[in-house]
Write a protein that binds this ligand. Structure first.
Ligand code: ADP
Ligand code: ZN
Length: 755
């Protein structure tokens, strides 16, 4: 201990699942919140972030350790970043340490450290060069002085001339050296980091909006003026992106920064080309496809923007929420309904849409004048198929809604044709998964040199059963979700409440045979290859798209018309803009409705509308075919304009009746254990202790076993009012107590607002 130094007690956020922030002491006088420190915790060394200084230690000071080091090479974390982490941890019921772990992963810290070392070396080298140049300059100057003295004394004209020439030459050399030295002196930022655009470049951005877009823009800005989040509800191709670009440009011109979120990195690739034309190198693209070093560099560029007063626009996936944002004026959440925004694992299991709103609040609160629209951080969510949550928020007045109901290039006619696969099968009108009607449509389109897309969704792990006679899918009488067929015991089970009934293999409605739903994309691709041997066929699903390059190449090839038929899952519905698409078809659309999930109908609607939105992008005529065993299902009726609003009210009414979100909030308590029996026992005991909460389960989720771990879920439904935060805290406390009473640590986590 340093006897002279005055001890300051600080609390530190560590990258651990800790419910508290440990206390340390230091005698560094200017220790500040946000600085990075190395400390020992339970015998290990960690890089943490100072979260408070000058605190009163709550334990005996003799037990408090000194920090090992202050990491000045690591960037300081801002108060807003810490505040954002805190809010996320509270809402998603995890620890701030877990948020810190994903915001500042070890790989990022390491690459930051490596970079700092490199910069230091570079700085040292620059320093050496500068002093060498200084010495040379001084030497030259003294030589000039000597020659000048000699010249003064000199009598011979000839010698005078020679000396003058020599002096001139030396002066020239000195000037060159001086210029070189100044150049080194001014280059404070080492080469390699390119700083975003100057304000003057951004001022040039101008977009000609259509009258309808202008109208929407007015509404949006008025709502921002009231401090409201805006939902831009606009059909595909209506020009939502153009509106985002206009808003982003205005924000940058006002001297603030922009975050533009997209659900998938494939989308950021397509968009970044479009945005680059407007924003040049102010545009920073950020997603999981980048290396740790690249990501650290982007974070540094953003920080250096703060110091130099330059502006940036980040286009990225959900992890870009954790960049060191500052002076943020706008957050755009494109395709806000997309479930890819939800982080599955590890904690925090956040939804980037909701986290974006929290980030907006954090960046608004610090503004000195909250009434000035320019001092706030506005949030805009956009989609052609908004989530029921966001629609509900508009209805309740929490959000403002702006609509774009027409395509920019005019509404090309898209005819919808529903093909009843059961009726066709009876008439011998099916060949495998394809109806003969669809085969004819495909041949016609290919014959005209046009392109075709075939959608086959296959989600969920175990299949539902469906009647081959009437298309009936058994649902849980209590939860209104489809039952899952378990092959091993021949039972139909509800993954919500545990309801179970034996399957006779026959339909309870009509007595026909029940069959599992489904051939996947791979089989469809195979069948298509047999039916259309001349066609160039490609497949895009989460298997093939695992290679980002394959995905990008396939999309590029399709837009260059090098592929005739593209078979794919939802991936192909996500925001892509293809011009030559004449026919899109959904194969076995029923699977979308056969998922053990109360959101199934909502998701089916979104997928269908998105998929339909891929056709007729340039105002041309196109055909949208749906093959289904349930042609009467209401979800298909909503595909014509007005029907959608009606269908949404119907879904909302159902959600209200069964107490589902958005009328309530759901929190899943997840137990993970390598020992199945223990997991079950613990889950039962835990559920028994939560009788004062509204719970369902324990039940095994669809993906119940993963990486040798069994998961069991207890679902808690919470009312959505002022009590929510309090109830969540109670629940966290209850679990902590359960864990310590049963010595069952590290097995239980939460998923707030599961998808
Ligand atoms: P969305 O994001 O709603 O799907 P986009 O912004 O991609 O729609 O617009 C669809 C097409 O219309 C794009 O090709 C876009 O360039 C064009 N477009 C939309 N608005 C404008 C505009 N104001 N000026 C020029 N082109 C526009
Ligand atoms: Zn049930």
């Amino acid at each position: 201990m340093n006897a002279m130094g005055k001890r300051t007690y600080i609390s530190v956020i560590l990258p651990l699942k800790l419910g508290w922030e440990p206390c340390y002491w230091t005698d560094i006088e200017d220790i500040a919140i946000g600085q990075r420190v190395t400390v020992q915790f339970a015998g290990k060394s960690y890089t943490g972030t100072v979260s408070a200084t000058g605190i009163e230690p709550s334990i005996s000071p003799s037990k408090i350790m000194e920090i090992s080091d202050r990491d000045d090479s690591l960037s300081k974390i801002s108060r807003q970043e810490i505040e954002f982490w805190r809010r996320l941890a509270e809402y998603y019921m995890c620890t701030i340490g877990e948020v810190y772990s994903i915001a500042c992963p070890v790989a990022k810290i390491n690459s930051e450290k490596a970079k700092a070392r490199k910069e230091e070396l570079l700085k040292a080298k620059i320093g050496k060069t500068i002093s060498a140049l200084e010495r040379k300059e001084a030497m030259l100057k003294s030589r000039i002085g000597r020659k000048a003295a000699e010249l003064e004394k000199c009598r011979s004209e000839e010698k005078k001339e020679r000396l003058s020439a020599e002096i001139d030459k030396l002066k020239e050399e000195t000037a060159t050296i001086k210029a070189e030295r100044l150049r080194y002196l001014s280059s404070e930022i080492p080469a390699g980091i390119s700083l975003p655009w100057e304000m003057s470049d951004i001022a040039d951005i101008h977009i000609d909006l259509s009258p309808k877009q202008k109208e929407a823009m007015k509404q949006i800005e008025a709502a921002f003026g009231e401090g409201k989040t805006v939902l831009l509800n606009g059909v595909a191709g209506s020009g939502k992106t153009e509106i985002y670009i206009s808003l982003a440009a205005k924000t940058l011109q006002n001297g603030k920064n922009v975050l533009y979120l997209v659900p998938e990195k494939a989308m950021s690739r397509q968009l970044s080309e479009r945005l680059e034309g407007y924003f040049g190198n102010a545009l920073l693209t950020f997603h999981s496809g980048k290396t740790a070093a690249q990501r650290a560099e982007i974070a540094e560029t953003i920080r250096s923007c703060g110091e130099s007063g330059k502006r940036y626009l980040v286009l990225g996936t959900r992890s870009s929420l954790f960049l060191p944002h500052h002076n943020l004026g706008l957050v755009i959440v494109d395709e806000e309904h997309d479930s890819s925004y939800k982080q599955d694992s590890p904690a925090p299991r956040y939804n980037a849409r909701d986290a974006a709103i929290m980030l907006g609040t954090v960046h608004s609160a610090q503004s000195s004048d909250a009434d000035d629209i320019r001092s706030r951080c506005n949030v805009i969510l956009g989609s052609a198929t908004p989530s029921l949550e966001s629609i509900y928020n508009c209805l309740s007045g929490k959000f403002a809604e702006a609509r774009l109901s027409n395509r920019y290039y005019g509404d090309g006619r898209t005819d919808v044709e529903i093909i009843d696969t059961i009726a066709e099968r009876k008439k011998n009108g099916m060949t495998g998964s394809f109806s003969k009607k669809l085969v004819k449509h495909i041949s016609d389109a290919l014959g005209c040199g046009q392109q075709v897309m075939l959608l086959r969704t296959r989600r969920g792990y175990s299949a539902a059963l469906q009647c081959t006679g009437c298309g009936y899918i058994p649902k849980c009488p209590k939860c209104n979700v489809s039952l899952t067929y378990h092959k091993d015991n021949g039972r139909l089970e509800c993954h919500h409440c545990g309801f179970s009934s034996a399957s006779t293999g026959k339909c309870p409605e009509c007595g026909e045979e029940m069959k599992t739903l489904g051939s996947g994309t791979q089989k469809i691709e195979e069948e298509a290859a047999t039916l259309f041997p001349q066609a160039r066929i490609a497949r895009l699903d989460s298997d093939t798209a695992r290679s980002a390059r394959y995905e990008a190449e396939t999309i590029k090839s399709f837009s260059r018309k090098e592929i005739d038929i593209l078979v794919g899952t939802q991936i192909v519905t996500k925001g892509f803009d293809f011009g030559n698409l004449a026919l899109t078809a959904v194969m076995q659309a029923d699977t979308m409705l056969g998922i053990q999930d109360f959101r199934a109908d909502e998701k089916a609607m979104q997928t269908l509308v998105q998929f339909k939105g891929r056709c007729g992008r340039r105002g041309e005529r196109s055909l949208f075919v749906i093959q289904t065993a349930q042609p009467e299902h209401p979800v298909y009726k909503m595909l014509s304009g007005e029907g959608q609003a009606e269908y949404i009210s119907r879904l909302l009414a159902e959600r209200a009746e069964f107490n589902y979100p958005p009328f309530t909030r759901i929190v899943d308590i997840i137990l993970k254990d390598r020992i199945e029996e223990r997991a079950e026992r613990m889950a039962k005991a835990l559920a028994g202790g939560l009788l004062d909460f509204r719970t369902t389960g324990p039940y095994t989720p669809a993906a119940g076993r993963r990486d040798d771990e069994y998961s069991i879920v207890i679902r808690v439904t919470l009312s959505k009012d002022r009590q929510l935060a309090l109830l969540k805290k109670m629940l966290v406390k209850r679990i902590e107590e359960f864990e310590s009473a049963n010595r069952y640590n590290g097995h239980i986590c939460f998923d707030a607002d599961p998808i």
